[in-house]
Design a protein around this ligand. Structure first.
Ligand SMILES: [Zn+2]
Length: 118
């Protein structure tokens, strides 16, 4: 992977981490009154609307799990194993990393994991 691509992924991951932390904070402070659907409709900036929606509708547990995956991906970028699948050690296709920058597995291994319920 080229350095340019690497720093692009790094930037994306940093932004994602900041966003998740922000949403976790909102969720913590508003607790049950917080209504993600209503609140996001009021937002003018719809740049990352889909991802934001997805994140805002996620449970705290899912957010924390995603956060852990983001942290792990950042470490993988540093150690140069970012594009290697953790299970089969094959290269994860670039397109897959572009749509899910925090994944550690190729599509096949991910599917297997989901089927075994992990
Ligand atoms: Zn794999």
């Amino acid at each position: 992977m080229e350095d340019r691509e690497k720093s692009e992924f790094q930037k994306q991951l940093f932004e994602l981490r900041a966003r998740i932390l922000q949403i976790l904070e909102i969720k913590n402070s508003y607790a049950k009154e917080y209504n993600p659907l209503k609140d996001s409709r009021d937002e003018a900036d719809l740049g990352n609307a889909t991802l934001d929606m997805e994140l805002e509708l996620s449970s705290k547990r899912t957010l924390q799990e995603t956060l852990e995956m983001v942290e792990k991906a950042l470490k993988r970028l540093e150690t140069g194993t970012y594009e290697i699948c953790e299970i089969c050690r094959r290269k994860i296709p670039l397109n897959r990393l572009k749509s899910i920058p925090y994944t550690s597995y190729c599509v096949e291994c991910q599917t297997k994991l989901e089927h075994t319920g992990q």
